[in-house]
Design a binder for this molecule. Sequence first.
Ligand SMILES: [Zn+2]
Length: 147
Amino acid sequence: MVKWLTHRTLTPTYVGSNPTLAAIYFGDNMKPEIVSILGIEYKIEYVDNPYEVDINKREPLWGQIDYWTRTIRIYDNNRPQEDIWQTLMHEVLHGISEALNMKLNEDDMHDELDLLAIAITDVFFRNGWIKNLTTTEQELRKEDNLS
Ligand SMILES: [Zn+2]
């Protein structure tokens, strides 16, 4: 059986290496608040308490995606941007795997999914598509947005 997604032209969410563009998409702190995963929109929340990441607040987590409420929660607490993106990519990959019914979601430890998240994040940062901003750069951006 051919799934409908196979024949669909997917519009890539272009982030690009243009810092101004990136600022528009992600805001000053480079943290996106919403993500469309193959047409399904998830709200992204950043929390500073790892127990708040868990929708049931039972265990500390780095990140969690909830397919029912369509929310992704990420442990923030001013962690380095690259670490936050890695967690976000991990949860996005869960969303992709769920949407496409892939085997990645069936592995309890999801080691391969996590390796993919690490690799994708590395590609984004290594190529400068997403940048770690210095405090000065963040301040400059805020001024730019005000003027
Ligand atoms: Zn996971």
